[in-house]
Ligand binder design. Sequence first.
Ligand code: NI
Length: 182
Amino acid sequence: MALRPIRLLGDPVLRTPALPVTTFDKELRTLVKDLTDTMLEAPGVGLAAPQLGVGLRVFTYDVDEQLGHLINPVLHFPSDEEQDGDEGCLSLPGLTFDCRRKQHVVAHGQNEYGDPVTIEGSALMARCVQHEADHLDGVLFIDRLDPETKKAALAAIREAAWANEPAPVVKASPHPLFGRTR
Ligand code: NI
């Protein structure tokens, strides 16, 4: 089991659109495994690769006893029906806010071997798929809140202990970067 640290709001990787997966190799399957393990340990109902600092279009989910993953998702909404409900994110720990989402979703994509797969879901499953697919576009659920709720969310974020910690130093390279180490 391999757990990786979950990146928090403020980390630029969460705001960077992720790239499509083109190589379905062992490294990708390790990523899916690490996403799954880290999600289950957190615990959370979904986790997207950018939350582990990996800019690829991959997410995992664990909703209503359904554990799985989806790669290169493309979402469709079979109806205009919407749902309201509390939503949270492992990258904004401890905070939940009412977020409007579509009630039903159909997501086409691939599995870790590159085979085409389709996920159909309603209610929490639909919410999870929309939330995780947003992560792949650098979008967070706080971007989806109505203006009043968003104001409250931003105030709560300012108060959150994790938002006031210095950003963790991620050692990206053993070599000096532009003449200085970081
Ligand atoms: Ni999230």
